[in-house]
Every structure is written in structure tokens, then in C-alpha cells.
Ligand binder design. Structure first.
Ligand SMILES: [Zn+2]
Length: 352
């Protein structure tokens, strides 16, 4: 009996190693909106000089300029890395000639991936929308929600419930999305066994962390990965720490540090999974830097470290932003390149 068990184990090991290269890759993209190098530096120092990002070996820089402006917004940069094309600020999924482009998430769906999007902004905000919507104006939230309603994304989590259920056209998209389980809180999200769940966390934009936003991004990420794992398909997951940007627009250092810390925890949650899974590519980047922030002082302590600094603008800056990657094919993401290359690199990987 024991011999038989050893033989079975031996052959099952051979079988695994033989198919490893063929098994499609899971892909997890983490976007810190507005998380340029100053936010990473400041966030790390204020986090008692620790960040999960320090564990990445493949690091690069990306150029973020938009079609019509050296300083991009989240719509143009989101479109660049979701769809691989440069466009005007404010535009989502459509290039400067007016042509609509398929996103990497939509390509993954076509080849049998499960998909998920988790954000701390409205789910219809520019960055997440770049993965599923085609609109001339990022402000058209109700149209973006309308497009999301037919995109078959397995799990989506974010604010902006009113764009689904309290619309000018009087439609209730929840009623139209019959195959979805819409949940109201993290308990229900955890409990639901549906392979399609919408969790609209707030009617409007979710509040900031200092204002008490729940549930935490890392908890949502953990649960969503669990759900995607049970789908027994490869998966493509987008996670955005949306409010690092909002904090830097507000020139509020404590707010951005809180948001950075939560995002950093989320990266750790993803890395803990990816290290065990060994078949997941993790890419962490930003769409642009926000605020033209500079660190001008502070202190690293055992606990309660802090930073001081100043902002040059209430808008974004045109600085290059870092990109970090881990897992199979992660070496493709080091170097200095244009943000549209992120789409192209991912597209090549999933086509293999
Ligand atoms: Zn912004």
C-alpha cells in the first residue's frame, strides 16, 4: 500500500511539473493612484521605515504623459495601461482619433479568465473604468455604470452605488443584472457563494481612512482572491488604492500616509498569496504622481515615525513613476518605458 502511494505521488509530481509552464498565469495589478516616488518614500518613512515594496527585485520607471498634456490625469493614464493607447485627459478606453480599444481585462475574459476589480473610490472612477468602459468623459458616471452592467466582471467592489440605483433614466441596474448577487457588507460578501458579486460599498465616493472608511482594502483583497481561487480558472484582478491621490490633492500628509499604509498592507496580502501560488504575476504601479510632493523633514522612530513636506501643485505632476513586479515574467517589467507598454507586455504574456 505504501509503495503504491509513493508511486502515485511520484507520478503526480511529474504531472505537475510537466504542466506548470502551460497553466495560464493569474495576474494582479495594484495601482496606487497618485503614488509617485515621493509618496512611496514618505509613506515608507512614516510607516517606521518599512514597506512591502522593498521586497520587490524587478523595478522600473514609467513615463506617464497624456496625448495632449505632459501631465496626465487618471483617465488618460488608466487608458494607457489598460488599453495600450495614448489619449486625451478625461477620456476612457478611446484613443485620440475616437477609436475604442479593448482592455487587457476584456482580453483576459475572452480567453477564459475570471476577473475582479476592487477600489477605494467609486467603481465608476477613471482608473477602474479604464478596464471596462469606453467614454469620452470620465464624468459620465451613469454611462460608465451602464457599461459595467454588461461586462460580466465576476467580483467588483467600490463606491458609487447611486450610479446604479438612483439614475436620471430611472433604470435600476441591480434589477437588470439578474445573475449578480449584490451584497451590502463584508459579512455578506464573505458568505456569498455566487461567482458574480457586486459590492457597492457607499452611495457616493467612499470616505477617507481618517474618516473611517470600511471595509479595509486588504481584507477585501484577501476575500476576493479566495473567491477567484475557487473559480478554478486563471484570474485577472485590479486593485486600486484610490485615495493616495485625493489626499495629495488636499495637501494632507496624514491622510496620504494612512492611505499608503493600507495600500502597502494590501500589497503584502497579494504577495503572501503570490509566493505560495507561484503562478501569479504581480505588478504594482501608479498612474501619476499627485501634488508635486517633496519630503523636507520628519523622523524615523520605532513607532509613530512622521514626515514633513510640501506640495507644489493641487494637481498632478509629470514625473515618471515607479513600477514593481513579482512572479513569472516579472523581469519584463524592469527598465524605463512608456505607460502604454504595460498593456503590451501583459498582452504578450497572456497570448503565450
Ligand atoms: Zn488626481
Amino acid at each position: 500500500m505504501r509503495k503504491l502511494l509513493i508511486i502515485i505521488l511520484f507520478f503526480s509530481c511529474i504531472g505537475n511539473s510537466g504542466t506548470q509552464g502551460i497553466k495560464p498565469l493569474n495576474i494582479i495589478i495594484l495601482i496606487g493612484d497618485g503614488m509617485g516616488l515621493p509618496q512611496i518614500t514618505g509613506g515608507t518613512y512614516a510607516n517606521n521605515n518599512e514597506s512591502e515594496l522593498e521586497n520587490f527585485k524587478n523595478i522600473g520607471l514609467i513615463k506617464t504623459f497624456a496625448k495632449d498634456d505632459l501631465v496626465t490625469d487618471s483617465a488618460a493614464s488608466g487608458t494607457a495601461f489598460a488599453c495600450g493607447v495614448k489619449t486625451y485627459n478625461g477620456t476612457i478606453g478611446i484613443d485620440y482619433k475616437g477609436k475604442e480599444h479593448i482592455s487587457i481585462l476584456e482580453i483576459c475574459q475572452k480567453i477564459g479568465y475570471s476577473t475582479g476589480i476592487i477600489v477605494t473610490s467609486e467603481i465608476t472612477h477613471a482608473t477602474p473604468a479604464s478596464y471596462y468602459a469606453k467614454v469620452q468623459s470620465r464624468d459620465n458616471h451613469e454611462e460608465i455604470a451602464n457599461q459595467l452592467s454588461s461586462k460580466n466582471i465576476n467580483f467588483f467592489v467600490g463606491g458609487g452605488k447611486k450610479y446604479f440605483v438612483d439614475r436620471k433614466d430611472k433604470r435600476n441596474l441591480f434589477n437588470e443584472m439578474q445573475d449578480y448577487d449584490f451584497v451590502n457588507n463584508i459579512k455578506e460578501y464573505n458568505k456569498s457563494k455566487s461567482s458574480k458579486i457586486g459590492f457597492l460599498t457607499y452611495d457616493d465616493a467612499p470616505p477617507s481612512l481618517p474618516e473611517g472608511r470600511i471595509p479595509s482594502l486588504d481584507k477585501l483583497t484577501k476575500l476576493t482572491i479566495e473567491k477567484l481561487k475557487t473559480e478554478s480558472k486563471p484570474f485577472f484582478l485590479v486593485i486600486e488604492g484610490s485615495q493616495i491621490d485625493w489626499a495629495c490633492h488636499d495637501h494632507d500628509i496624514d491622510y496620504f500616509v494612512e492611505e499608503f499604509k493600507e495600500f502597502d498592507k494590501t500589497i503584502k496580502t497579494v504577495m503572501d498569496f503570490a509566493k505560495k501560488d507561484k503562478n501569479t504575476l504581480v505588478v504594482v504601479t501608479a498612474d501619476h504622481e499627485t501634488g508635486g510632493f517633496h519630503i523636507l523633514g520628519g523622523r524615523i522612530l520605532k513607532e509613530n515615525s512622521y514626515i514633513k513636506g510640501d506640495f507644489l501643485t493641487t494637481g498632478h505632476s509629470g514625473d515618471m513613476v515607479p513600477i514593481f513586479s513579482y512572479g513569472p515574467h516579472s523581469e519584463n517589467f524592469s527598465g524605463i518605458y512608456d505607460n502604454t507598454e504595460i498593456f503590451k507586455k501583459l498582452n504578450e504574456i497572456v497570448k503565450k
